[in-house]
Every structure is written in structure tokens, then in C-alpha cells.
Write a protein that binds this ligand. Structure first.
Ligand code: ANZ
Length: 785
């Protein structure tokens, strides 16, 4: 068994280290992959040496548009392209020394994998959490595909740059909102860093408020709104509908309304919610009645109101809401204050938005403080049957349909008599058929719609003629449960054996990018909670991830994000050829804190390369000399083992490398040499960072087995040395102070601290230092004029 294989049910403590599996693009492994994967790898290697049973798997998140677009351009089957790309990725990962568990590779495009992705969808459908619904979506006329809000940038498609439009399409929608509260509560059972928790909480966006129905003049139906500020109801002087609101249809014969609606359809929800944007709108001609004041108030239409939030309509309170104020100001609508702030307020200038002050002009609420008025208002409204308490979420249901080829077919069948029915489980997987052309059809359907043998089938209920769904799943579908499959990747009976899941789950540490702290994390947490609810995964693991770690970003040498157009892309493969994988790895780990944004620097890379060369030379010069290490050298090696271990355990890779560098410097000048016992420790301590060199060193020592299967050097307290060393600080040969330093502290740091010492700084003030001499661990001497 290769040393990197995890053992199911192994007796040691288990540790599941997960990196986000990559999309195998044609460009190969990029530096961001190399950086984050190396971080995971160093950690995994260290933990293995500590005796943990480490699961460190990898796979391919291989469905997706770039491969499909490439297939469209070249006519090559996407699966063939994917196989080529994954082979390249694998080769590059191995060259970099990533110790993934190659026996557990999963590939989202493998029918044996997506059989279970489809199965999960069927379960969602059976539990009433997936349904087909006509939805307004962002549509890219060029890619011919529906886009998520996040994929629309300034009204343009993120992928191709074409202007997007809004379109109504019947789509599969998954009710993730049914799990909104659970997804919030579940965060308490994780150890995510605060930043990640906040990203999740904000994305879910839970708002407590009320629904209130306003009567409409001359109509039988009322107009329902959602508000978080029911206390301000007495100050509502007009209402606003989203352009897509059903009521708008009834007033579309008004040409101004029709024109306005047509104009707004082009914008994405994101754009429409931008607070800075100049508000636009049109009077619908409808008149509502404020249910508490009895006042007749106009109903406007504006695109700052979104159909998909609350009820798609608002009561506007211009005195206390900035957006409503700007709108009222622009269209000359009345402003009625209902809160009196302490110290007064000029309501002709701006809205007063604070949750503080005393209620005025508000009937039963008059005199109450705002904080008390909010619940009192809902109580009162409920008693009067004018409204009720409710909670709204910014989280939207999950649009699960894509009109594309290169995705998992949605395993559903529709029959005239029986509507939508799931494919019977024993017919899974529904395999993507081979097609001739990969582009979506002109009416936006996936190319599968053109394949009669695929589309035409029989109804699982009545056996009558029926049609298959031709939409495929979004990319998120394959990535929302892949970590479960790693626990049991070859299972043909179930998505993973519960006993194995029980052993490996939850993921102990999940390393990924900030950009996935919202959607991917939320979707996968949701699917896990759902699978847990239906008993598909065992008790005790509704939350898939214990810790989440965000990796940083490596910028180009020019300090800008790497991009082809800037020509600043650093290709890891090229550097592996040039300086070797160990140097690339150690440099990436040394470049800065693991979660920081840092520019690639070739000189620094060469510095790390020189360090590794010196390490190896030192090793070769000393091995089998049978020198007896000095107490100092033995002590330094003993200490660096402890320090590096402590750093690796908390992802402080950069300081771990720095300590190794300092230690090598400190022991290199020891004329006595160093014993094999110390060399053996050094080889083990550097092994996670520079695995190839460490293995070569281990061989030089004549040791059996791989260094990566050895134990991390035990710390020997008996070898501990006096921590503090006193250093003399001189100016022009005169003693001006002393300094305590730790062994191994860098020259820069000691000199900087020496210069800052109180009496030294005074003597240096206003003088020019033209020479600084540092005698290691003894003296700093400044020569000034
Ligand atoms: C009246 C009001 C008065 C409001 C006031 C705010 C301040 P959050 O906190 O994000 O949940 N709203 C409701 N539905 C909306 C929609 N579909 N599109 C745009 N805005 C909508 O925001 C809730 C508030 O956002 C609601 O409370 C409503 O405006 C607005 F002084 O109602 B409020």
C-alpha cells in the first residue's frame, strides 16, 4: 500500500483533509492550485508523520462550460477533452509531489459518480424539494444559457461579455430556502473562522418582519408587502411594485408602464439593488389605501424593488428609508415623519433611518421608543387582522436547470397524464448520450432536445409515451457531495457505505478559496443536511465540515491578478522544470501567510532554492562523519523539530520555513559537525515541505523505508537550551545597551530591535549609520558619523 493511502477503519485517529477539487481546464494546473494544494499536502504529510490516519483525496469537478465551449469550437467530445485534461492535471500534481490518495479519485463526469448525483435529485423531488417553475432568469443570448445573478456583471455575461436579458423559462428549482434556518443554526456546530460564518449568515440574510396587505381602490384583491419596519406603517405615503409583479400585467395597456417594464428587463437583480444608482420608476395609476391612516396613496413601479424578495412589493416610507426618500424626492411624493429623533431632524434633506427615537403620528404607537414600537406594531396589526409576523430570507431557491450538454442529465420524465415523474432508481444513471453538435438549440434548449432516442421514452407510471427532461444540472450539483464519495469511491450499491462515512466524516479541515465561502459551502451543507434527514448518511454528521480554511491568492510578479491578457501568468510546471518541485513548494509556503494575497517573486524563489541546495550540501558533507553533535547543535535541531511541527499544525508554513533556514545557518558554522542522529531529525522535519530532497537525504543516511512513513521527531526536553541569549549593542565601539534574543532569531530582527533600544535610539538619532556589524548571538555594532 502506498504511503499516502488512507485506511478505512484504521485504528489510529482519522483526519480528513479536503482541498476543493479542481476544474480540469485545458490550461493545466495553475499557480493557485499549486499553492493551496501544497498547503494541504504539507499539512497532510505532517499529520501522517504524527501517526494520524489521513484521508487526503483529490478528484475532478469536470462538468462545465469551458470544456463545452471548447467542444463546440473543435467538435471534439467533451469526455475525450476531459480525459486529456485530467491526465495532465494528474501528471502535474504528481510532479509537484502532492500526496493525494490516487485510489480514491472521483470524477463528476463519470456515470458511476453522477448516478448518485442524479439519485440525490430524485430524493429532493420525492421530498417535495424540487419542482418545475417558470422563473424570470438572466439570459445570455450569446451563450444561450440562463445565468445566476452572480454570473451577470454590469448587465453583461461573465463568460462572454454579451449583454444579458431577462427571460421567463420553466426551470427546475430546488427549495434550499426550506433549510434556511437549519443552515444558520448548523453554523454553530462548525469551527469555521468568523469571516466564513459571516459570509454564510449574510448570504442567507434572515430578516424578521411583517406582511401587511393594503387594499387597492376599485379592486377586490389587495396588495401584500413585506417590511422589517412595521412601526413606520403610518408614514407610508406610496407603494412600489417590482416591474415583474403580477399586478403590473393588469396595467400594461398604459404605454408608459409597458415602456418602463421593457427597459428594466435587461438588468440583473444585483444591478437593480445597487443603492448608489439613480432611481427610476413610473406611476402605475393604481391607488392603494394605507390601512391605518385611511389615506389614498399612489402605487408606483420601480426596478429597485425585486420580485424575488418578500412579496415583490413594498410600502414606501420616505421619511425613514433612504431609497424611498430619493424616489419621493425625484417624483415629488409626500414625506411623513413618524419617528422623532432626539435633537430633531430636517426631513426635507434626508431620511432618518436609525432604530432610535420616539413614535409620532402613529396612533396606538405614539410615544413608544422605536425598539419597542416594532414588536408592538406587529402585535397590533395581528390583533386588527391587518398583517402578520413573518421572516424573509435573501437566500433564493436554487435554480437547478441548465440548457447545456456538458452536465448531469436531470433524471426526470414527463407524461401528459402523470406530469413529472422521476426515472426509476434501477435505471440510473441516465447517461449523457453522444451528440453530433454541442451547442444549445436556438430556442435555448440543450442539444439533448434534438436527440429523439434520448427524449422519447415511456412514463414510469402508465407506460404511455413520455419525454425526458433535456436540461442538465448546474456545476454545483457534482461538487455538493463529492467529499462523501471520497469515503467510499467505488461503491456500486449506495453513494457511500454509512459505516465508512461514520468513520471519516466530518471533513476535519476544508481548504478553499474565499469565492466559495458562500454558494458552494451553502449548497454542500444543504445537501448534507438533506441526506442526513432522509437517512442516506448516518447520524451525527449533518454538518459536513468542521473547519474551513481560506487560502490566499498569488498575484503575478507585477502585483496584479494573473491573467492571459496581462501576460503575467506564472505556470507552475515551468518552474518545476527549472528549479525542481521542492523549491517551488517551499517557496510557495515561504511566500507569506497562507491566507494572504502575495505577488510571485522570482528572486525570492531563487533564495529558497539556494537554501534547499545548502541544506542538501550540508547533509552530504556531514553524513556518516560520525561526528558527535555539540550540545548547541543537538539543542537547535531538537528545537526546530518542535517549532516546525507547531507551525505546520496551524498552517504557519512561512515561519516554519524561516525557522529551518535559521537553524541551518546556526548549525552550519559548527566546526564539530553534526551526528547522523541530528541529520535524521532534520530530514524528517523538512520532509513535508521538500519531500523529494528529504527522501534523497533519507537514502543517504542509509535508512530503510520512506522518510514519509517515519515518525515526526519526538521533542526531547532534556536537550532544551537556555532560551534567551544576551546580545551587546555598541555604537562606535561603546556599549550602549544589551538585548535578549531567542536562538535562531534572524539578523534583521535582532538589528532592528537593537536600533530601537531606548539608549541606542537616542544615540543614533540624527546620525548616519554607515556600517552595521552583527556577530551572531553576541553583538550588534553600529558605526555612525
Ligand atoms: C418599509 C420600510 C421602512 C422599510 C423603513 C425599511 C425601512 P431587509 O432588511 O434586507 O430584509 N423591501 C421589501 N421587499 C423588497 C423587495 N422585494 N425589493 C426591495 N426592497 C424590498 O430589507 C427589508 C426592507 O426592504 C423592507 O422594509 C422593505 O422596506 C424593503 F424605514 O418596509 B421596508
Amino acid at each position: 500500500m502506498p504511503h499516502n493511502s488512507a485506511r478505512d477503519f484504521g485504528p489510529q485517529e482519522k483526519l480528513f483533509v479536503l482541498v476543493e477539487f479542481p476544474y480540469p481546464s485545458g490550461a493545466g494546473l495553475h499557480i493557485g492550485h499549486a499553492f493551496s494544494f501544497t498547503g494541504g499536502d504539507v499539512y497532510a504529510r505532517y499529520q501522517r508523520m504524527r501517526g494520524m490516519n489521513v484521508l487526503f483525496p483529490i478528484g475532478w469537478d469536470a462538468f462545465g462550460l469551458p470544456t463545452e465551449n471548447y467542444a463546440i469550437r473543435t467538435g471534439r467530445p467533451p469526455q475525450e477533452v476531459t480525459d486529456e485534461n485530467t491526465a495532465t492535471f494528474r501528471r502535474q500534481m504528481q510532479a509537484l509531489g502532492l500526496s493525494f490518495d490516487w485510489e480514491r479519485v472521483v470524477d463528476t463526469t463519470d456515470p458511476e459518480y453522477y448516478r448518485w448525483t442524479q439519485w440525490i435529485f430524485i430524493k429532493l423531488f420525492e421530498k417535495g424539494l424540487a419542482h418545475k417553475q417558470e422563473m424570470p432568469i438572466n439570459w445570455c443570448p450569446s451563450c444561450k444559457v440562463g445565468l445566476a445573478n452572480e454570473e451577470v456583471i454590469d448587465g453583461h455575461c461573465e463568460r462572454c461579455g454579451a449583454e444579458t436579458v431577462r427571460r421567463r423559462i420553466s426551470q427546475w428549482v430546488v427549495s434550499i430556502t426550506a433549510y434556511a434556518d437549519r443552515l444558520l443554526e448548523g453554523l454553530e456546530h462548525t469551527e469555521f473562522i468568523e469571516k466564513v460564518k459571516i459570509a454564510q449568515v449574510n448570504w442567507i440574510g434572515r430578516s424578521q418582519g411583517a406582511r401587511i396587505t393594503f387594499p387597492l381602490k376599485g379592486r377586490s384583491e389587495g396588495l401584500e408587502i413585506f417590511t422589517t419596519r412595521p412601526d413606520t406603517l403610518w408614514g407610508s405615503t406610496f407603494m412600489v411594485l417590482a416591474p415583474e409583479h403580477a399586478l403590473v400585467e393588469t396595467v400594461k395597456d398604459n404605454p408608459a408602464v409597458a415602456a418602463y417594464v421593457a427597459q428594466t428587463l435587461r438588468k440583473s437583480d444585483m444591478e437593480r439593488s445597487e443603492t448608489e444608482r439613480e432611481k427610476t420608476g413610473v406611476d402605475s395609476g393604481l391607488v392603494a389605501i394605507n390601512p391605518v391612516t385611511g389615506a389614498e396613496i399612489p402605487v408606483w413601479i420601480s426596478d429597485f424593488v425585486l420580485l424575488t424578495y418578500g412579496s415583490g412589493a413594498i410600502m414606501a416610507v420616505p421619511a425613514h428609508d433612504g431609497r424611498d426618500f430619493a424616489f419621493a424626492h425625484k417624483y415629488g411624493l409626500p414625506v411623513t415623519p413618524v419617528i422623532e429623533p432626539e435633537g430633531g431632524w430636517d426631513f426635507s434633506q434626508a431620511a432618518y433611518e436609525e432604530h432610535a427615537g420616539v413614535m409620532i403620528n402613529s396612533g396606538p404607537l405614539n410615544g413608544l421608543e422605536v425598539k419597542a414600537a416594532i414588536p408592538a406594531a406587529v402585535d397590533w396589526l395581528e390583533k386588527q387582522s391587518l398583517g402578520q409576523r413573518t421572516v424573509s430570507y435573501h437566500l433564493r431557491d436554487w435554480i437547478f436547470s441548465r440548457q447545456h450538454y456538458w452536465g448531469e442529465p436531470i433524471p426526470m420524465i414527463t407524461c401528459e397524464k402523470h406530469g413529472w415523474q422521476p426515472v426509476p432508481e434501477d435505471q440510473l444513471p441516465i447517461v449523457l448520450p453522444v451528440v453530433e453538435h454541442y451547442q444549445p438549440t436556438d430556442n435555448g434548449e440543450s442539444p439533448l432536445a434534438n436527440i429523439a432516442e434520448f427524449v422519447n421514452t415511456t412514463c414510469p407510471v402508465c407506460g404511455g409515451p413520455a419525454r425526458r427532461e433535456t436540461d442538465t444540472m448546474p456545476n454545483w450539483a457534482g461538487s455538493d457531495w463529492y467529499f462523501l464519495r471520497y469515503c467510499d469511491p467505488h461503491n456500486t450499491q449506495t453513494l457511500a457505505d454509512p459505516a465508512k462515512l461514520n468513520y471519516w466524516m466530518p471533513v476535519d479541515l476544508y481548504i478553499g478559496g474565499d469565492e466559495h465561502n458562500t454558494l458552494h459551502l451553502l449548497y454542500s451543507r444543504f445537501i448534507c443536511q438533506f441526506l442526513y434527514d432522509i437517512g442516506a448518511i448516518p447520524a451525527g454528521i449533518p454538518e459536513p465540515y468542521r473547519k474551513r480554511m481560506s487560502h490566499g491568492v498569488i498575484l503575478g510578479p507585477d502585483g496584479f491578478r494573473m491573467s492571459k491578457s496581462r501576460g503575467n501568468v506564472v505556470v507552475p510546471d515551468e518552474y518545476i522544470q527549472k528549479v525542481g518541485a521542492d523549491a517551488v513548494r517551499a517557496y510557495l509556503m515561504f511566500i507569506g501567510p497562507f491566507d494572504a494575497t502575495m505577488a510571485w517573486n522570482e528572486r525570492a524563489l531563487m533564495g529558497v532554492k539556494r537554501f534547499l541546495d545548502r541544506f542538501e550540501t550540508f547533509f552530504k558533507e556531514n553524513v556518516h562523519k560520525h561526528a558527535a553533535s555539540s550540545t548547541r547543535t543537538a539543542g537547535l535541531v531538537n528545537r526546530v523539530g518542535r517549532q516546525v511541527g507547531e507551525d505546520l499544525a496551524v498552517f504557519k508554513f512561512n515561519t516554519a520555513v524561516a525557522k529551518l533556514m535559521e537553524t541551518l545557518n546556526a548549525i552550519s558554522d559548527d566546526a564539530q559537525g553534526v551526528a547522523d542522529a541530528e541529520l535524521s531529525k532534520l530530514a524528517r522535519v523538512i520532509a513535508p515541505l521538500a519531500p523529494f530532497m528529504a527522501e534523497a537525504c533519507w537514502e543517504l543516511l542509509g535508512k530503510k523505508g520512506s522518510v514519509h512513513q517515519m515518525e515526526w521527531p519526538a521533542y526531547d526536553p532534556a536537550l532544551e537550551m537556555e532560551e534567551k541569549i544576551t546580545v551587546a549593542v555598541q555604537i562606535n565601539g561603546k556599549l550602549r545597551g544589551t538585548l535578549e534574543m531567542e536562538r535562531g532569531e534572524s539578523q534583521e530582527s535582532v538589528v532592528a530591535r537593537a536600533a530601537a533600544l531606548e539608549p541606542v535610539a537616542r544615540h543614533l538619532a540624527g546620525k548616519q549609520i554607515f556600517k552595521t556589524i552583527y556577530v551572531a548571538e553576541r553583538m550588534v555594532s553600529f558605526v555612525v558619523k
